[in-house]
Design a protein. Structure first.
Length: 171
């Protein structure tokens, strides 16, 4: 009877050791995922800052185009008619350059918006996975605690049984 109880206790201890190793492994994984989550948050924040800078640049370029147009109109009104075509050509070139720059900036902003959306989705998924791991870790910890208590109870029972057996044995 005592050999069986000892082997049961040994198996219980071995099982608890495996559960503990698994819990520690999952805890380490959870910490790593939190680090990844912080990194994703930083990338999202950086993306938003880039978007804001691009929006400011677009606004400045639009203002510059408007001011150039106003300037050319004023010059056109003040200039003789033979310079009209020269001003129109210069204005056309300037506007075309500004439009090209605006289009390039716009495409870049669209790319940043898409990247930002992707990063937000990945951050959300990472958060969900992290929450699931936390819940699993809590369950494992509760199971482990319960198993330790059961093992301690079995050991106490085994000790009592052993004492009873030694006291009842004839000498």
């Amino acid at each position: 009877v005592t050999d069986l109880s000892v082997s049961q206790l040994s198996l219980t201890c071995l099982s608890l050791s495996c559960v503990t190793d698994l819990s520690v492994s999952q805890l380490c994984q959870s910490v790593c995922e939190e680090s990844e989550q912080k990194e994703w948050r930083k990338k999202v924040r950086d993306g938003r800052e880039r978007e804001a800078r691009q929006a400011l640049l677009i606004h400045r370029l639009q203002s510059k185009v408007s001011s150039v147009c106003v300037l050319f109109e004023l010059q056109h009104k003040a200039a003789p008619s033979w310079t009209h075509s020269i001003y129109m050509n210069e204005m056309c070139v300037c506007v075309c350059v500004c439009v090209c720059v605006c289009v390039c900036v716009l495409y870049r902003c669209v790319g940043l918006v898409e990247m930002n959306a992707l990063l937000r989705e990945q951050l959300s998924q990472s958060g969900q996975a992290n929450q699931a791991l936390r819940e699993d870790l809590q369950k494992l910890t509760a199971d482990w605690t319960r198993a330790v208590e059961e093992a301690e109870q079995r050991e106490c029972d085994w000790q009592r049984e052993r004492q009873v057996c030694f006291h009842t044995l004839p000498c």
